[in-house]
Design a protein around this ligand. Sequence first.
Ligand code: ADP
Ligand code: MG
Length: 267
Amino acid sequence: MNSTRPHSQSGITLQFRGVTKTFYDRARSVEALQPFTTDVAAGEFVCLLGPSGCGKSTLLNIVAGLELPTAGQVLAGGKPITAPGSERALLFQEAALFPWLDVQANVEFGLRQQRRSAQERADMARSLLAMVHLTGFEHSAVHQLSGGMRQRVALARALAIDPAVILMDEPFGALDAITRDRMHAELEAIWSATGKTILFVTHNVREALALGDRILTFSPRPGRVVQEVRVTLPRPRSLESHALVDMAAQILSVMRTAEANAAALPA
Ligand code: ADP
Ligand code: MG
């Protein structure tokens, strides 16, 4: 192990207790999420799967501390979440990198705020960039990078502050299929090496099956869990394996039923 990273923090538990969200506009209210309760174990990889608008981002934002639930609460490592915190990192589909900083400076950003020395920052950035296979791109400008490379930088930057929980909101949704496969393999390797707790949002059934220890499938809005699947397929998983394709078909059929039931309700 690199001597500058002696204490990598591993995952912590997340406890969801009747987490509910309704958005209130002037004239109307939007029920985004019906009471959601589950326990995520430390180091567990949980995928939140569902169609657009079912409240996945809302739920992730609540864990990030960017939104407050209307009712219920989420505990991280036993403590109620009321605000953002450095033990929880959030990554989006569009890697929100700082365009005026090069790759290494982006990765060092959080370390600078922690007032680490220049040498320590550079050493940590180097080892993190190696972890996400970007050695040699330290001084590239962000706009020169491909989408997959940008997501790698965003992941390295998130890992730099050594969070216990990584929250990922459709992070690979904009990538081509081959790049996405590679990102799956790399994310899985980083997750096994670090033991972080990961909550991963996707609308892609096979992606959820490739990555998750457990998949929670949500109905269309208002989101509620319609299926919980524990995925015991051996890792690393192939998107083309028969077992995975069969499981995907079963999950999709539950999603279609939930969609049809939602469509049958009055608007
Ligand atoms: P998903 O990520 O699953 O696509 P979201 O969590 O973004 O879904 O949104 C869930 C529902 O809540 C959607 O119908 C969305 O329009 C609504 N919503 C999200 N944020 C707000 C907001 N700030 N104000 C009003 N409605 C919102
Ligand atoms: Mg979303």
